[in-house]
Design a protein around this ligand. Structure first.
Ligand code: SF4
Ligand code: SF4
Length: 441
């Protein structure tokens, strides 16, 4: 394909482990008997339940919403009966209100959303409305409401829409399979975002460890003269918003600023697919692709699973544990969230369930810093992790702030590369939390 491979400064080469699932076609997960759907699965205001115990609901029916601008509606992923509304622990949060629905197995569909036959049929404001009604959030993990991301202030000029197909976290292959198996939806999704924002330049950026996806997307994108594919060098954290903007456009997003400051809006592959579902099928976001993987899993796979399905059911469908797991993570190994229970339900932001064996999960021994400087070389934000970490350990958060700790994207590259096993990311995360708490005082 002879295309120039783009990259950014810094970062690390990590083992990919994607071969466990990259050639596994998407499989529909078994119908859950009961779903546990959190009313907060997004950044922003939690939703209020708009159903009560005993109500019959259809698949795709709204069960939670909020009047706040920064929020995202929540829909039922099954048809059935609301059995309980109760606080539960969910991935990343404790005590979140959840609607518990017993499936009747019929998957009777709520058809209240408008279906459009093509992009020519739908106006920009109707695209934003469909995204809002469908409760779409960023599916890369951050779960920011997409309608908010696509509503920049009027004075911001956006001239680049980027679809993030880097999927730079090891093990995960959900976006890779979507690009191969739902190619036209992915390209439709970026074109819908471009139309919503009145932008005529779209780039789908994919790492060079997924050349089959590059070819598939390229073939579809070539039908449109304003969408192109760019190949990125596989390097972690290439999928970070600011790193992908730097690689694709050469523009650097200033410290503390959003991508829109440099004319860019970045969305995830799964988000583009969800937008196509909302517009072309009137389907809200109540299921997604999730990679169940790792060396403690019997049969790693990519499942299309319903929001609210307990982790334990998805793990069982992937062959269960073949050895006792030492650690379970939601998402990838670099930025994912460790889970202490497999009773928790999957949410819109669950890109993967990753399992480590006991041996893999053993912590590296920590020794004194040998002043090798590697953490400085790999930091994609050009911070000085060793110094910030030292400040955090001494509770000197003022100095950590002067070292721009707040700009850390918590990618984990510094901890990964450190030969002394120093828990750099953990201590920098702590410093960030303290700095933010002090600012609020
Ligand atoms: S300091 Fe933060 S941004 Fe820099 S490498 Fe470490 S975790 Fe990543
Ligand atoms: S990589 Fe580890 S050992 Fe090397 S300078 Fe940074 S903290 Fe010290």
């Amino acid at each position: 394909m002879g295309q120039e491979k783009l990259t950014f400064k810094g970062g690390v080469n990590v083992p990919h482990y994607k071969s466990l699932t990259e050639n596994k076609a998407l499989e529909k997960a078994a119908e859950p008997a009961k779903v546990y759907i959190p009313l907060q699965q997004h950044i922003g205001a939690p939703c209020e339940a708009v159903v009560s115990v005993g109500d019959k609901v259809k698949m795709g029916q709204v069960i939670g919403k909020s009047d706040a601008f920064v929020s995202a509606r929540v829909h039922s992923s099954v048809s059935g009966e609301v059995k309980e509304i109760k606080k539960m622990d969910v991935p990343g949060s404790l005590g979140v209100n959840c609607v518990v629905i017993e499936s009747d197995g019929l998957n009777e569909v709520d058809d209240s959303m408008t279906v459009y036959s093509s992009l020519e049929d739908i106006k920009p404001e109707q695209i934003l409305e469909a995204i809002d009604l469908a409760g779409i959030t960023g599916l890369g993990g951050a779960s920011f409401p997409t309608k908010v991301k696509l509503s920049p202030p009027k004075d911001k000029v956006i001239d680049y829409i980027i679809l993030n197909g880097a999927e730079c976290e090891p093990y995960l292959t959900a976006d890779h399979r979507l690009m191969l198996e739902n190619t036209s939806d992915v390209v439709f999704g970026i074109r819908a975002i471009m139309k919503a924002l009145g932008v005529n330049r779209g780039v789908i950026a994919i790492e060079d460890n997924k050349m089959d996806a590059v070819e598939a997307i390229q073939a579809e994108a070539s039908k449109y003269d304003n969408v192109e594919v760019k190949v990125l060098k596989a390097k972690y954290p290439q999928g970070d918003e600011k790193r992908i903007i730097s690689a694709v456009t050469g523009r650097e997003v200033p410290s503390g600023a959003l991508p829109m400051e440099v004319g860019c809006v970045v969305n995830n592959i799964g988000t583009a697919k969800a937008i196509a579902d909302a517009i072309l099928r009137g389907k809200p976001l109540y299921e997604r692709v999730i990679t169940i993987t790792g060396h403690a899993i019997g049969e790693p796979k990519n499942l299309v699973a319903k929001v609210g399905t307990p982790f334990k059911e998805l793990i069982a469908q992937a062959g269960g544990f073949k050895s006792e797991p030492g650690k379970i993570v939601m998402g990838g190994p670099m930025m994912g969230l460790a889970q202490y229970s497999i009773e928790v339900p999957m949410v819109k932001g669950t890109s993967g369930i990753l399992t480590f064996t006991k041996e893999e999960a053993e912590k590296k021994e920590v020794s004194a810093c040998i002043k090798c400087g590697r953490c400085l070389t790999v930091c994609p934000v050009h911070l000085q992790p060793v110094y910030i970490s030292a400040c955090a350990i001494k509770n000197n958060f003022e100095l950590a702030e002067k070292y721009n700790a707040i700009d850390c994207v918590e990618c984990g590259a510094c901890s990964f590369i450190c030969p002394a096993g120093r828990p750099l990311t953990e201590s920098i995360r702590l410093a960030k939390r303290e700095i933010l708490a002090n600012k609020k005082k």
